[in-house]
Write a protein that binds this ligand. Structure first.
Ligand code: PMT
Length: 222
């Protein structure tokens, strides 16, 4: 059944925002609260999975039984995921990872100057994409936060990142995405089927995602 399939499996979950340092007092970040990823970690533990949670979230309680690895930047998350993915049967990337970071990090607090300030940003490494290229790739679940063309972008991400599942949220919808306690997601699978879920709590959404993963793992074993 659904509950036995994930028991004893190791699931690595990433959650929340990353923070990209500008100087000792400033950083670039995004609106992710970490609630979606923490809900997945909590529900996975309830199913008997061993859960490793990589996040930079402050102010949320780490669910009981979860091994938490605290990170700050996209680079830190990359290091943590790369050194633990081979322990995991499943990796779920619900974190909102920065795509860019400041090219130059200032040692001292930046001083105001006249005129505009221009930042040069450079790309961070795409963790999901790199995992998708590993020979010993775990079952890979990516997220997609979109504001338009959700279907097209989700199918594209599934393919480009070689993921097994993409969970897309249309973050322009009321009740979906960043910050709140609810989400509205569609689950896209490799066999080109998709499952649209209604507005649910993030914990209920997590249960549905885990159920879908469990089904796919079971299918893979048959
Ligand atoms: O944290 P909450 O407030 O509860 O909000 C939940 C959420 C909206 C953040 C979550 O549901 C969600 O959609 N997370 C993914 C957000 C995101 O960054 O999506 P993306 O479309 O930019 O990235 C696609 C995928 O690639 C994601 O799985 C992301 O983790 C991964 N990625 C992105 C960039 C990068 N450098 N490395 C990555 O692995």
């Amino acid at each position: 059944s659904y509950s036995t399939e994930l028991a004893g499996k190791t699931i690595l979950v990433t959650a929340g925002p990353t923070k990209e340092k500008i100087d000792p007092v400033r950083y670039f970040t995004n609106r992710s609260s970490g609630k979606m990823g923490f809900a997945i970690a909590e529900e996975a533990v309830k199913l008997g999975a061993n859960v490793i949670l990589v996040s930079g979230v402050e102010g949320l309680n780490v669910p009981h039984g979860v091994k938490h690895i605290q990170i700050t930047s996209a680079g830190d998350m990359y290091e943590a995921v790369m050194s633990h993915y081979n322990e995991a049967d499943v990796v779920i990337k619900s974190a909102a990872v920065a795509d860019y970071k400041p090219k130059q990090v200032f040692e001292q607090k930046m001083k105001k100057k006249d005129g505009n300030l221009v930042f040069e940003l450079e790309r961070t490494k795409d963790i999901l994409k790199e995992l998708g290229q590993k020979k010993d790739k775990p079952f890979l679940v990516g997220f997609a936060a979109e504001t338009e063309n959700v279907d097209e972008n989700a199918w594209g991400k599934l393919e480009r990142k070689n993921a097994d599942i993409i969970v897309a949220n249309d973050v322009s919808k009321q009740g979906a995405g960043f910050g709140g306690d609810t989400n509205i997601v569609t689950i896209y699978k490799k066999d080109r089927t998709k499952k649209e879920l209604p507005l649910l709590s993030k914990n209920e959404t997590a249960q549905e995602i885990l159920r879908e993963i469990s089904r796919e793992l079971k299918r893979g074993e048959e």
